[in-house]
Ligand binder design. Sequence first.
Ligand code: X2X
Length: 336
Amino acid sequence: MTATRRRAVLAGAASLPLFALRTRPAGAAEFSYKLANNVPATHPLALRQVEAATRIRTASGGRLDIQVFPASQLGSDTDSLSQLRAGAIELFTLSGVILATLVPTAAISGVGFAFKTYDAVWRAMDGRLGALIRSEIDKRGLFAFDRMFDNGYRQITSSTRGIYTPQDLRGFKIRVPVSPLWTSLFQAFGAAPASINFSELYSALQTKVVEGQENPLSLIEITRLYEVQSSVSLTSHMWDGFWLLANRDAYEALPDDLRQIAAREFAQAALDERADIAKLNTVAAERLQAKGMQFIAVNPTTFRDSLRKAGFYADWRKKFGEPAWNALETEVGALA
Ligand code: X2X
C-alpha cells in the first residue's frame, strides 16, 4: 500500500466512528432546541408556540424537537437575550422594543402612537418596515422569523392616582421594560420610569417599588395584574409585538427541509396568535372591570401632543436616522 493510499484508508476508517456517533437512538431527535418566552403558559403566544412545536415534531418525523419554556423560566428577557446570542437557547420571542438594546432599529415599531390601527401594524410589520428591521437583526448575528407575534396596544395601569391626562403622569413611578425607547417615552411625559424585566413586574407592583405599569389588556388579565393595580387608562400609547428570534448558528445548522417546516409552522402560529389576541382584547376589558378595575377613557391626542412638545419625535427621528424613519412614515404618515 502506498503512503497516499494508506492515508486515504485511514481517513475513511477514521470517519466510521463518526457515522456511528451520528446514528440516533430510536426516538431521539436530530435537533433538540429550546424556545424561551416571557409570557405565562396560558397566554396565546405560549399556547400557539407549543402547538407549532408539536406540528414541527410530527412534520419532521421527530428530527426537530422544540421544547417551549414560557414565563421566563430560563431567565429574564435580558438574560435570555444573552443566552440566545451565546447559543444556550436556540429560539426566543422578544419585544422589538427590548431587542433594541442589541438592534437599535428594532425599537421603531414602538414609537408612540405610530400605528392607528391593526391594519396599519400588520401592513408595516409584514411589509417593508418589518423587512428592514429583520435585515438589521441579521446584521447582529440573529435570525428573525418573518411573522411577528402580537402583544397588543399598551394601556397604563395604576395602584395610586388614576391617569386621566398627560399631566397626571408627572412624577408617576412607572415600570417600563428594559429599553431606551420606553424610558425616553415616559420621561417625555415627565414620569419617573424604572426599567424592570417582566419577570419582576408583579412583585415590583405588589411591593410598591412602582405605582404603575403599562401593558395590553390581554396580558394585564393573564398576569393577574388586577390583583395589584386598581385602574386602567386607555391610552393605547404604543403597539408592541414579539419577534421570534433564532441563534444564527443553530438556525443555519438546520437542513433546508427542517427550516421550511419551522418557518411554515411558526408563521401559522403567529397568525393564529394574532387572531387570539384580537378576540381576547375585546373580552378582557369586561373581565377586568368585573375584577374591580376602574377603566378610564382618555383623549390620546393630548398624550401625543405632549410627546411632540417634549421633542420625543424629533429626538427619535435623529436616533433612528432618515432611512428607517422614512420607512415608518411611508407606512403610517407623518408623525411629528
Ligand atoms: O415586558 C413587558 O411588559 C411585555 C411582556 O409586554 C413585553 O415583553 C414587552
